[in-house]
Design a protein around this ligand. Structure first.
Ligand code: APR
Length: 264
C-alpha cells in the first residue's frame, strides 16, 4: 500500500480545524511571494542575507530631510534594484489565488499581510490589511491619506498632500517608523475575532506582526503554519503544512471544498 504523504494528513487535520472555526485570519509574509520570484528577507537567498540588515533609522533619516530623501530616491534606485525589479515583474502565484478563493468561499475571513507587493489584491482578495503598506501608494505623514503613486504628480519635492499639505512618503513602512494607526487597529480587531490563524510564509520575528499569533493563541485560537521551514511559532501550532505555500494552499482549498460538499 502506497505510503500516505505526511502533507495529506496535515491537510486533513487543517481542514477539520478550519471547518470548525468561525473566524479565520491569515498572517502572511514574504514566503508566499517567493514562488512569484520575489526573494524573502531572511534565510537562504534573503535580501538582508545578501545586502545586510538595513539601517534601523530609515524613517528618522527621511524625516530629517525629506527633500534630500526624495531627490536621492528619484535619482537612482539604489542597491535594492534587484528587489524592486522582482516586485515590478511579479505576478500572483497559486498560493495567492488559493487564498482569494478561500476568501470568496467563506473559509478565510481576513488577511493581514506584511508584504508590500499588492499580489493579494491582484489575485482578487478583498479582505486585507497591509501592515507594512503598499508599494503602489504614497501616504501623508500628517493625515495618513493614501494616493496611488502612478497618479501622483512628483513635480514638487518633497511631494505634498493634496488634502493637508503634509509631506508625502511611500506608503511602505520604513524601519524606525510606527505602523500607521488605521492598519494597526485593523490588525488588532481581526486578531481579536479570530479562532484560527494561518501563518503563511513568515519567519515570525518582526514585531508587531509577530505578536498577533500570540494574542490569538491567548484568546484560544488555533495556529496553523504553512512554511517549508521551522519558525519560532512551530511548536505552538495545532497543525503544520511543511511545504511551499504554492503547493499546500491549493491542496487545502480542494480539501475544504471536498469536506463542505460531503457535509452538505
Ligand atoms: N512558501 C511558504 N513559505 C516560504 C516559502 C514558500 N514558497 N519560501 C520561503 N518561505 C518562508 C521561509 O522559510 C521564512 O520562514 O517564508 C519566511 C520568510 O521570512 P522573512 O524573509 O523573514 O519574511 P517575513 O516574515 O515576511 O519578514 C517580516 O521583515 O524585513 C521585514 O518588512 C519586512 O515584512 C518584512 C518583515
Amino acid at each position: 500500500m502506497a505510503a500516505r504523504d505526511p502533507l495529506h494528513e496535515a491537510i486533513e487535520e487543517t481542514t477539520r480545524i478550519v471547518a470548525a472555526s468561525s473566524y479565520v485570519v491569515a498572517l502572511v509574509g514574504a514566503g508566499i511571494s517567493v514562488e512569484s520570484g520575489i526573494p524573502p528577507f531572511r534565510g537562504p537567498g534573503g535580501i538582508w542575507t545578501k545586502v545586510g540588515e538595513p539601517v534601523m533609522n530609515g524613517y528618522q533619516r527621511f524625516i530629517a530631510d525629506p527633500a534630500e530623501w526624495w531627490a536621492e530616491r528619484l535619482s537612482d534606485r539604489d542597491e535594492l534594484s534587484e528587489f524592486i525589479q522582482a516586485l515590478e515583474a511579479a505576478q500572483p502565484n497559486k498560493a495567492h489565488q488559493a487564498m482569494a478563493e478561500m476568501e470568496r468561499d467563506g473559509f478565510l475571513h481576513h488577511t493581514i499581510t506584511q508584504n508590500i507587493d499588492n499580489l493579494h489584491q491582484e489575485a482578487g482578495s478583498q479582505e486585507i490589511t497591509e501592515i507594512h503598506g503598499n508599494r503602489l501608494k504614497l501616504r501623508c505623514i500628517d493625515c495618513d491619506a493614501r494616493f496611488p503613486l502612478k497618479e501622483f504628480p512628483l513635480d514638487e519635492i518633497p511631494p505634498r498632500c493634496p488634502q493637508c499639505r503634509g509631506i508625502m512618503k511611500p506608503d511602505t513602512v520604513m524601519f524606525g517608523e510606527p505602523i500607521p494607526v488605521d492598519a494597526l487597529r485593523s490588525c488588532e480587531y481581526h486578531t481579536s475575532l479570530c479562532d484560527c490563524m494561518l501563518l503563511v510564509g513568515t519567519s515570525a520575528v518582526v514585531y508587531p506582526a509577530a505578536e498577533f499569533p500570540i494574542i490569538a493563541l491567548r484568546n484560544g485560537a488555533r495556529l496553523i503554519e504553512v512554511n517549508p521551514e521551522e519558525t519560532p511559532l512551530s511548536d505552538l501550532c495545532a497543525a503544520i503544512l511543511r511545504a511551499p505555500a504554492g503547493e499546500a494552499l491549493p491542496r487545502l482549498l480542494e480539501e475544504l471544498r471536498r469536506a463542505r460538499k460531503s457535509t452538505s
